[in-house]
Ligand binder design. Structure first.
Ligand code: PA5
Length: 377
């Protein structure tokens, strides 16, 4: 269970209204998702994961933003065991990076999971073309197509149409769930299952948090709002576990894309301690006082726990509001709870700031401009 170790002024009536709005929102499908898992799809995910594990040394996960950060966060944090390794591609437009991934796969047996809700995002499209070419060269078209798993819209988009025409195994990004809220759908579940994450436990953790998280998530959201109004315009997420670096990245996307619009929002930054105490520690202790710190407090060993304590005391003394979010366990259950906690808190918080937590007009603006510059539209 997630606990927050601070108090804030929660307007219970407004929170209840917001929660109703979220549940009814056409993009609010993630809110009840942990209790409404499509069991048919879940079984197909597990079967596909088994097949991939049996026939591939690598699964190339192609996607960007919400189509890759969530599963990468959990896989890297938990370091599960699987004979099949995950390689990520299509999360930048760097040719150097793409060549590196292609080279890493080399002559090994591999499959592809291409993930794009819109099915038209440039970064994954380019990487997919390259890896598909490699797959066809290695296995011939028929077998290659049986090694491609496309996670995309149910009915539309270029990737959907190609997947139907070529007969790729398809998984759905539900219409009512946006990219950054999609980690508990096939978007995240298939790569996590292949990597050896216990997805039953992850979903159990999230389902168990559906009710218990409302109170701590509301407290946290109202505290952020209060601090935001007081001029604290930057939130620094702090973890003391280096393997959670990608969880930090997931948080940055979740809050940045959900809140940063209409000239509103708290800028999300993130650190890993004690590592970053030796780089950003000086700024945290004595720099400009426009930031607050949210410590994600995982159960840890005695020495690391002392560092947590020391950081809290020093930073409070240095004038930083420190919010403590404590997680019950460093495993699938704990991360399931944490995902649901932050998704809920973020949606409430965005609503308090008066913005729509579920759209991303700024990202769309970048996507269209890039396509224009590349002569693709
Ligand atoms: O959260 C979001 O909606 C975005 O970050 C998307 O996930 C990202 O832009 C990738 O989009 P798509 O899945 O359509 O390729």
């Amino acid at each position: 269970m997630i606990k927050v170790n601070f108090d804030s002024k929660v307007d219970v009536k407004r929170t209840a209204e917001i929660l109703k709005e979220i549940a009814k929102d056409e993009m609010g499908g993630w809110f009840n998702l942990p209790r409404k898992i499509d069991m048919g799809e879940f079984v197909r995910i597990k079967e596909a994961a088994k097949k991939i594990q049996e026939e591939s040394e690598y699964l190339v996960c192609i996607g960007i933003g919400g189509s890759y950060l969530g599963h990468r966060a959990i896989i890297e944090a938990l370091r599960p065991k699987s004979e099949t390794k995950i390689i990520y591609a299509g999360n930048s437009l760097s040719k150097r990076e793409l060549d590196y991934a292609l080279k890493k796969v080399g002559d090994h047996d591999f499959s592809i999971n291409v993930i794009s809700k819109s099915g038209t995002t440039l970064e994954p499209s380019i990487a997919f073309d390259e890896f598909k070419k490699k797959l066809i060269e290695k296995y011939g078209e028929e077998e290659a197509f049986s090694r491609i798993y496309a996670t995309t819209d149910k009915k539309k988009g270029a990737l959907h149409d190609e997947a139907v025409a070529a007969g790729y195994t398809r998984f759905v990004v539900p219409d009512n769930i946006g990219g950054r809220y999609s980690v508990l759908t096939a978007v995240g579940l298939l790569p996590m299952a292949v990597a050896g994450v216990n997805i039953d436990k992850l979903l159990e953790g999230a389902a168990g948090a559906v009710e218990s998280t409302i109170e701590p998530a509301s407290k946290y959201a109202w505290m952020r709002y209060e601090l935001g109004l007081k001029g604290y315009d930057t939130e620094v997420f702090a973890s003391f576990e280096p393997s959670t670096m990608y969880f930090n990245e997931w948080l940055k996307q979740l809050f940045g894309e959900s809140e940063g619009k209409g000239k509103q929002g708290i800028f999300p930054a993130a650190v890993i301690y004690s590592t970053d105490l030796h780089s950003l520690g000086q700024f945290m202790q004595e720099g400009r006082r426009n930031l607050f710190e949210t410590i994600i407090d995982f159960p840890t060993d005695e020495t690391n726990a002392k560092v947590v304590q020391a950081v809290k005391s020093a930073h409070i003394a240095g004038g930083i509001p420190v919010l403590d979010v404590s997680v019950s366990s460093f495993d699938e259950k704990g991360f399931g709870e944490l995902i649901y906690f932050f998704e809920t808190a973020c949606a409430i918080s965005a609503k308090l700031f008066g913005v729509n937590p579920f759209d991303q007009p700024g990202v769309e603006a970048y996507k269209s401009e890039l396509k224009r510059l590349m002569g693709l539209v």
